[in-house]
Design a protein around this ligand. Sequence first.
Ligand code: IPM
Ligand code: MG
Length: 360
Amino acid sequence: MNKKIALLAGDGIGPEVMAQAVRVLDKVAAKFNHTFAYTEALVGGAAYDVHKEHLPQTTIDICNQSDAVLFGSVGGPVDKQHEEKWANCEAKSILALRKAFSFNINLRQMALFSEISSLSPLRHELLKNGLDIVIFRELIGDVYFGEHTLTEKDGQRFAFDSGSYTEEQIRSIADYAFNVARKRKKQLISVDKANVMAMSKLWRQVVSEVAKNYPDVEYSDMLVDNCAMQIIKNPAQFDVILTSNLFGDILSDELSVLSGSVGMMPSASFSASGLALYEPAGGSAPDIAGKDIANPIAQILSASLMLAYSFNMLDEANAVNNAVKQTIIDGYRTGDIMTNSTHEIKVGTTEFTNQVINRL
Ligand code: IPM
Ligand code: MG
């Protein structure tokens, strides 16, 4: 097959982990006889340097002309947030991109194989059978795209944020998540704060209506504070989690470290148009950028999700996943997933990927 892929590497560790994902894709293309044509496009601070904006129209055009978008990460150092280049960089690039293409469904995949459960901060007995959890996060509603005001009122500083959901927004992602749950363990937990928030009350109503169309899927609701606790106490109870934008942002970071590091979690964002964007769930990590020490796993597994979901190349995606898994089982580790046990071999970004490619 011939596929056109837009590469939006962005800032921080984005370009170096993106380069590794492309090497893996090249190996897949050679092995399975495909042609991947890449078009690089600027986003984030990198785009600002050239265009004085974080999401230039040329980048949107390139995404539109591609079969899928592979995204790296955006954002600058904490101490430089006041600079025009970095101020609100994330909102002006990745959030704007999600909105521009209506990427409303975000899937984040957390997998911890039992062979490497020592990477997890949790006790081994909680992880005996490994973990395999998918979280669906609604991506273009909630407080993310409401009004945000920081002002003064009655002589003191005052902040105001608003958020909203329509029933159609909720139904769209709920349908998608139930369909995926059906192909997995047939179990779905919907997470909200229905004891306080109107958005959550609607969320619960609509999800329970959608659930009636999937009687084969065991469905329940959980409050978000309890969910944060249950993920630590008994993560094996979860298979598919379905939640709103802000809760999904928080819970997906929590889930990601159960597998050892935020550098391990890939994600896919879908829209009704069929175009999808794939990105690591972690950030741009400017403090370790350019040192060849960043963990490339989330970027490589995001490319694997692209193979599976956008190109229907399931054997190819499995081959990549297995190569990553075997590399970890064989002891190769970037610094963030070192546990100081005797069988570990510390390697950098490029060398880790070399080992993945050798196993493909
Ligand atoms: C994520 C990120 C973004 C978000 C930031 C960079 C705006 O944390 O993709 O999880 O909050 O959605
Ligand atoms: Mg986040």
